[in-house]
Design a protein around this ligand. Structure first.
Ligand code: 26V
Length: 834
């Protein structure tokens, strides 16, 4: 939509001060009739005056837009003073550079943070419109793939809640993550059109745009002070700014998410057009706009595509030009940048910030090299989110030569300093030099983006204790020797506003009653639940809330999949991207084992279970897509089989996204966090589910370890090999023969898959999976199966007893530490110094 702020603030004319709650207002929202009437009139006015529709003919979509626009006005009124204050007081800002922001919906988020939910519910009701229907109209902003993008969104919310001045920078993708449909059990991808119905949250900043250059050549002009360098680019595109306000808790503060959209510098080549070449005339436009057209839908595989590099440079250059321009406007001296700006790189995707900032300082502001280097490393810090070799970005030197020649120059110069330091520390050690070099010389010369980010930063952090430790011994072992004390840990967190208060209002009400309203502002107050963990009456209330959420989820699943679930059964949920290391396959094997066991002995005392899966596979990731098909084929067989009397049901819920997560997280009994140890950097879904009172079954991986430390080993089901054992087994080069020989159940399950029991129409369909389980087992699915299956039996044994409720309550009570506010405070104190 991108209506201009001017148009917006002129319309309506409501008294914002009267309707929005002041800072520090009491937690419970008690809208007066006056407030409700004001909002109601305002929504009505938006329908007629802004959207130009008759009230009587307004569609649900109109009501959504009108309500959103009225809310946006209140937000804008609070936003501008915050921006002014930061500027006038000369506060240091955080700049969070991320190619992904997985935001989800903003309407309920902003309403809840401004304590205006009740007001809007009532105002819409007065207008004869159901709030639930209106909120469901909003499309998810899915500008991210998974954990990394969602973390960026949680961080933005937390920084606003803590009133830390911050700007998030990213790309305004026209199409976010694909929509997933399941057809005959297979994943199908469809483009997603989140902007189609207009986006009421964004403000297009017509006055903010930057030119971004690619290609061309470098000219050296000798001067008495040394060579002046001119980059004569071969191509230029324009970056246009769109701002989305991010509202902090209780409206504490509002920050901007600034997303760049790519434009041609000249909309149409008239010369070419006039010669009748219509397609040629818009070629430049197509090439420019391609940059912000699509989110790359893969996670964890660095495909090395040129368009991806163009995206990375495009958003890095626009953001840095913006940061430098703002700093010069406000402070007038480029050399003080590090005192006013902290730039955080969300993974290596924005690593080009290092050479780009050096380029701006040296070529445009004539800062000498040593000083420029100091400014850059004092300003920039880098977060690593994965150790998977296939996800570590590296770009062919040849591509740099063609597209970013000046940056390659700078990278070489950086590397010269770097290799000199390596030589000083370990004279003559060729292996050390090669390992610390910015250029990987094995198999074609490539620029190592992780090394680039590391060398250009004053702090490098991992996202869980174990992951940060592993970083020091794997990818960055040598750089850590060369530059000790740079690596630090910042365990991930989640925003409790979205992942507890908004998505689980029932539990939130109970928490407020027991822990006091303070719990809404201070997660440590959750500990107030502990004394009630063994109280049967409290347990029953806690259980009833979960039950209510399960009924709601079952309703959603019945509506969307025509599958009926028993809400009294144990809801066993695995929701995350589909990836071999996350081991949905292990869960599928356990599902088959359970199915076979029930069939063998249908009258035993089985705990009824519902296995729920959801998640997207990268479109080119064939093995992951085959796993989706397997789960769906298992679901077909199991759900239709009357002999098991509904004791087991399997559901693969299509199109997992933030909004789906908001339904599933509060309804989960058992949270599956079963990655191969050493491979999941942190996980954040694990935190959301445990916070909402699910028990975790998980490996000693990522943040699971810290979750165990917090909730206590008695309140979590840990199984499987440790990261050390995994590495040891890999070194030994074992296939799965030993595991299969030791486990008749595993042998039978693999045999069942291989025989085509679940794929009678194509018996060989899953042969690649059976083969991998027997002879490769790279992800230790076979090796961990028995322990997992045994642990699942312990889960059954606890279900239905008071001990389950006790553990569930203690999970909620002890998860306070995983608030993103804690994480952000840690970044602020230790890295950003804000
Ligand atoms: C890599 C690539 C490669 C090129 C194509 C697009 C693309 C997109 C994303 C990535 C990196 C994915 C890394 C990632 O998502 N890591 C996850 O980060 C979470 C937040 O820290 C963490 O909880 C998860 O454990 C970790 O897998």
């Amino acid at each position: 939509m991108s209506l201009r702020s001017r148009t917006e603030s002129e319309g309506g004319g409501l008294n914002i001060a009267k309707t929005a709650l002041p800072k520090g207002a009491p937690a419970r929202e008690r809208p007066s009739d006056y407030d409700v009437a004001a909002v109601r009139d305002e929504i009505r006015a938006k329908i007629t005056r802004v959207l130009g529709h008759e009230i009587e003919r307004a569609t649900l979509h109109d009501w959504y837009l009108a309500a959103a626009l009225s809310l946006r006005e209140r937000i804008a009124a609070r936003w501008l003073p915050d921006v002014r204050e930061t500027r006038i007081e000369g506060k240091k800002r955080v700049y969070y550079l991320s190619l992904e922001f997985l935001i989800g919906r903003l309407f309920t988020d902003a309403l809840s943070n401004l304590q205006l939910m009740e007001t809007y519910v009532r105002a819409l009701r007065d207008l004869g419109v159901d709030f639930g229907d209106v909120k469901d109209i909003e499309p998810d902003a899915a500008l991210g793939n998974g954990g990394l993008g969602r973390l960026a969104a949680c961080f933005m919310e937390s920084m606003a809640s803590l009133a830390i001045p911050a700007i998030g920078y990213g790309i305004r993708y026209e199409h976010g993550l694909f929509r997933q449909a399941i057809s005959h059990g297979w994943q199908q991808e469809f483009p997603e059109h989140w902007l189609e119905g207009g986006n009421p949250w964004e403000f297009e900043r017509f006055e903010v745009s930057y030119d971004i250059h690619f290609g061309g050549r470098i000219e050296h002009h000798p001067t008495p002070q040394g060579d002046a360098i001119a980059w004569i680019p071969g191509e230029t595109v324009r970056a246009a700014a769109f701002d989305t306000p991010i509202v902090g808790w209780r409206g504490a503060h509002i920050n901007a998410l600034r997303l760049w959209s790519a434009r041609p510098i000249t909309p149409l080549d008239l010369d070419v057009f006039n010669h009748g070449d219509y397609a040629g005339a818009s070629e430049q436009r197509t090439r420019a706009e391609a940059i912000s057209k699509f989110l790359y839908p893969s996670d964890e595989t660095a495909a090395g595509k040129e368009l991806r590099l163009r995206q990375e440079y495009f958003f890095v250059s626009a953001s840095l030009q913006d940061i430098v321009a703002r700093h010069l406007r406000e402070q007038g001296n480029i050399r003080t940048l590090a005192s006013y700006a902290a730039i955080q790189l969300n993974d290596t995707h924005p690593s080009l910030a290092v050479p780009e900032l050096l380029r701006l300082l040296i070529d445009h502001h004539y800062v000498p090299w040593p000083q420029a280097r100091r400014i850059v490393s004092q300003t920039i810090a880098y977060t690593n989110h994965t150790l998977l070799p296939e996800a570590l970005e590296n770009w062919p030197v040849e591509l740099f030569e063609r597209r970013l020649p000046r940056h390659l120059d700078i990278i070489y110069r950086l590397n010269a300093d770097n290799l000199a330091a390596a030589e000083r520390q370990r004279p003559g050690d060729i292996r050390f030099r090669a390992a610390t070099s910015l250029i990987d010389e094995t198999g074609g010369r490539r620029v190592r983006m992780g090394h680039l980010a590391f060398i250009g930063s004053h702090r490098i952090n991992g996202v869980s204790a174990m992951h940060s430790e592993l970083m020091k011994h794997t990818v960055f072992a040598d750089l850590n020797t060369l530059y000790p004390d740079r690596i630090t840990n910042k365990t991930n967190g989640i925003t409790f506003r979205r992942w507890l208060y908004q998505c689980n209002p029932g539990l939130t009400a109970l928490l407020r009653e027991v822990c006091g309203d303070r719990v809404l502002d201070d997660p440590s107050a959750l500990a107030g639940l502990e004394p009630y963990a063994n109280d049967p009456i409290f347990q029953e209330r806690f259980r009833a809330i979960k039950q209510h959420n399960k009924v709601a989820l079952a309703g959603m699943i019945e509506r969307t999949m025509s599958l009926r679930l028993d809400p009294a059964a144990l809801f066993d949920i695995q929701i995350k991207r589909i990836h071999e290391y996350k081991r949905q396959l292990l869960n599928a094997l356990d599902t088959i084992a359970r199915y076979l066991a029930i069939r063998d002995n249908p009258n035993a005392d089985w705990v009824p279970r519902v296995k729920i899966f959801a998640g997207k596979a990268a479109p080119s990731y064939h093995q992951a897509k085959l796993i989706i098909k397997l789960i769906n084929d298992i679901a077909d067989a199991v759900n239709r089989d009357a002999t098991i009397r509904g004791l087991l049901k399997v559901a693969f819920v299509p199109n997992y996204n933030v909004s789906a997560a908001e339904m599933m997280v509060p309804a989960c009994d058992l949270s599956e966090q079963i990655s191969t140890a050493g491979m999941e950097a942190s996980g954040t879904g694990n935190m959301k589910l445990a916070l909402n009172g699910a028990l975790t079954i998980g490996t000693l991986d990522g943040a699971n370890i810290e979750i165990r430390d917090q909730v206590g080993a008695d309140n979590i089901f840990i199984f499987g090999m440790t990261a050390d054992q995994v590495m040891e087994r890999r070194r030994a080069g074992l296939d799965a023969s030993d595991a299969i020989a030791a486990s008749p159940m595993l042998a039978r399950v693999i045999e069942t898959i291989d025989r085509g029991t679940f794929s009678p129409d194509d018996p060989a369909r899953f042969a690649p999976i059976a083969h991998s389980l027997r002879y490769l087992d790279h992800y230790m699915v076979s090796a961990d199966f028995d322990d997992y299956h045994r642990t699942q039996a312990l889960v059954d044994a606890r279900w239905g007893h008071a001990a389950w409720e006790t553990s569930a309550i203690l999970n909620t009570a002890r998860m306070g530490w995983f608030s993103a506010d804690r994480t952000i405070r840690d970044y602020a104190d230790d890295i950003w110094k804000v």
